[in-house]
Design a protein around this ligand. Structure first.
Ligand SMILES: Cc1ncc(COP(=O)(O)O)c(C=O)c1O
Length: 586
């Protein structure tokens, strides 16, 4: 049976897959027991393949209450359970006398749990999750997966070992996006420094809104944003980390509208004439979502033609603006894209900036995908003209592998537009008589209240790699893309959709039965079925993951994203060989 098949969880009836405690390295634990971080493990009922139940070693001299609490970690006999509280007073008494079966207030147990979990994470998610000889995914039909996961939340808590098994199971059935065979999304790879930043962020669990509770991160965020702005070409400005590029784009739309019609903050849509915004047909769908979400409506999104490479045609932009005006709409924003989602195209920013300047429109650049190219001296020309933008959305969680989520909205504005547009001066949070410089309380710039810290992962990675190291990664991704493209050109059965200008490689795999049959009337229809079939096969085998899509009149084709910084030519070769193998009988 393949690894993980059958019932690898079976937590509640049996623990079949021998749980490997993180500390149980070779040579240790000869007698079937061991000790780490305050746990003593005694293997009980080994012959019956039963769970090794950890018996907790108490921390030296714990208070009475803690000893009592430790006992309650073990599954309790329902008859011995404390009487269920029936009034607020019962709850208060219970809190005083009978600690709940959690690790609260037991630092040694908490540390032991986290060390064990971290061992599992390092082993299963990081080591195996980035090992090319392991599977990239472990596909299960939803119904089966639901059973395997045993998702139901119950009244009774579970033991330490059961929880560890839960962690293993979650990782086992999750897709390993750091795996060198994961080409499916615009994010991939696993940068260890960024991950360290994410772990610290999660552990500190603070909110980015005030200097009071996030002093380090308020200062750090500003420094990181300043660095990103300088790469755009601005020596001043503003910005904020947003929960993803879609939200960054929405912020830009809201800011553009507010700048032109500040009244709309109070009066809403009543303060507005019919507005029109412009973007190319290759734009990310978040532009339409944003228009709907902000009450502009998707009708206000005017779709500008793109050329055969997927780049916005500035002359058509001019035409669309005239049309919108003739229909009584007020053009207020153009959203250009640097690195389109499917084809990886870069819009001609200078020419679009000229149009915006002529019409007094806000110029937004959605560089969620392509923004990181600014780090490369060799390739940054693709974004020439970006310095003329009013706002830029840039996702370091994509090409830079900073980890989800890391998306910056950058602004050229120096008039505090963000705060004027979104601020509400909540007096319980943003007191003006604080003992420090209250301009450091940046939380009122955003529509959220609590906000994740997204700067540390990027900052730490940047500190470790330096701008040079990050530049090398970008250049390497371009170079490997070139290698893949040249290989595709030499192989029978592979056909490029177009020469890529970025790291999106779009191509068809034409299976043996369709080769040379382009004249058949059903050729396109049959070719369209190939990518979904191969996708199913690769996912079910767990050998790799590549995205596919139709595109306008084009039949479904594969889109490989060459972004993971650990990729090599061998991975590119594997990818093509694997498609040949999976599709040889089609
Ligand atoms: C060009 C572009 N803009 C915006 C986004 C949205 O970014 P996010 O997924 O962080 O919301 C994407 C996502 O792929 C994208 O490709």
């Amino acid at each position: 049976m393949e690894e993980g098949g059958g019932d690898p969880l079976g937590l509640l009836c049996r623990v079949g897959r021998p749980a490997k405690p993180a500390f149980c390295t070779s040579g240790q634990n000869p007698g079937g027991g061991g000790q780490l971080g305050g746990h003593r493990w005694a293997l009980e009922g080994q012959a019956e393949n039963r769970l090794a139940v950890p018996t907790r070693v108490r921390s030296p001299g714990p208070p009475e209450a803690r000893q009592q609490q430790c006992r309650t970690h073990q599954p309790t006999n329902p008859k011995e359970s404390p009487r269920a509280p029936s009034s607020a007073r019962d709850f208060i008494l219970m809190a005083d006398s009978e600690p709940l079966p959690t690790l609260d207030g037991d630092p040694m147990a908490m540390e032991a749990l986290l060390q064990d979990v971290f061992g599992i994470v390092v082993d299963e998610a990081i080591r195996k999750g980035t090992d090319a000889s392991e599977k990239v995914c472990e596909w299960r039909e939803p119904r089966e997966l639901k059973q395997l996961l045993d998702l139901e939340l119950r009244r009774q808590g579970e033991s330490h070992e059961q929880i560890l098994e839960r962690c293993r199971t979650v990782i086992h059935y999750s897709v390993k996006t750091g795996h060198p065979r994961f080409f499916n999304q615009l994010f991939s790879g696993l940068d260890p420094h960024a991950l360290a930043g994410r772990i610290i962020t999660e552990s500190l669990n603070t909110s980015q809104y005030t200097y009071e509770i996030a002093p380090v991160f308020v200062l750090m965020e500003e420094e990181v944003l300043k660095k990103l702005r300088s790469l755009v070409g601005w020596s001043s400005g503003d910005g904020v980390f947003c929960p993803g590029g879609s939200i960054s784009n929405m912020y830009a739309m809201n800011l553009a509208r507010y700048q032109r019609y500040p009244d709309c903050k109070q009066r809403g849509l009543r303060a507005l004439p019919p507005l029109a915004l412009f973007t190319s047909k290759e734009c990310h769908y978040s532009i339409n979502k944003g228009a709907a979400f902000l009450g502009l409506g998707t009708d206000s999104v005017r779709v500008v033609k793109a050329d055969e490479r997927g780049k916005m045609i500035p002359e058509d932009l001019e035409r669309q603006i005239s049309l919108a005006e003739a229909e009584g709409s007020v053009p207020f924003l153009v959203s250009a894209t640097s690195g389109t989602t499917v084809l990886g195209a870069f819009d001609p920013l200078d020419a679009i900036a000229d149009v915006c300047q002529r019409h007094g429109m806000w110029f937004h650049v959605d560089a969620a995908w392509g923004g990181s190219v600014l780090l490369s001296q060799t390739h940054k020309h693709l974004l020439d003209g970006i310095q003329r933008a009013d706002s830029v959305a840039w996702n370091p969680h994509k090409l830079l592998a900073a980890g989800l989520q890391c998306s910056a909205l950058l602004l050229r504005d120096t008039s505090n537009l963000l705060k004027r547009c979104h601020g509400f001066q909540a007096s319980y949070l943003f007191q003006q008589d604080k003992f420090y410089d209250v301009t450091l309380d940046t939380g009122d710039k955003v529509v959220q209240c609590g906000r994740r810290v997204d700067c540390l992962k990027l900052w730490l990675m940047w500190k470790a790699q330096g701008g040079q190291g990050l530049e090398r990664r970008i250049d390497q991704a371009f170079a490997l893309t070139r290698y893949l493209v040249e290989e595709i050109k030499t192989r029978e059965g592979f056909e490029l959709v177009m020469e890529p200008e970025f790291v999106n490689v779009c191509f068809w795999f034409v299976p043996p039965s369709l080769r040379g049959k382009q004249e058949r009337p059903d050729y396109k229809e049959r070719l369209s079925q190939v990518a979904p079939m191969l996708k199913e096969r690769m996912v079910k085998e767990g050998s790799m993951m590549i995205g596919y899509q139709p595109h306008g009149p084009r039949a479904n084709f594969f889109r490989v994203i060459v972004a993971n910084p650990t990729l090599t030519r061998a991975d590119m070769d594997f990818l093509l060989n694997e498609l040949e193998r999976l599709g040889q009988d089609l």
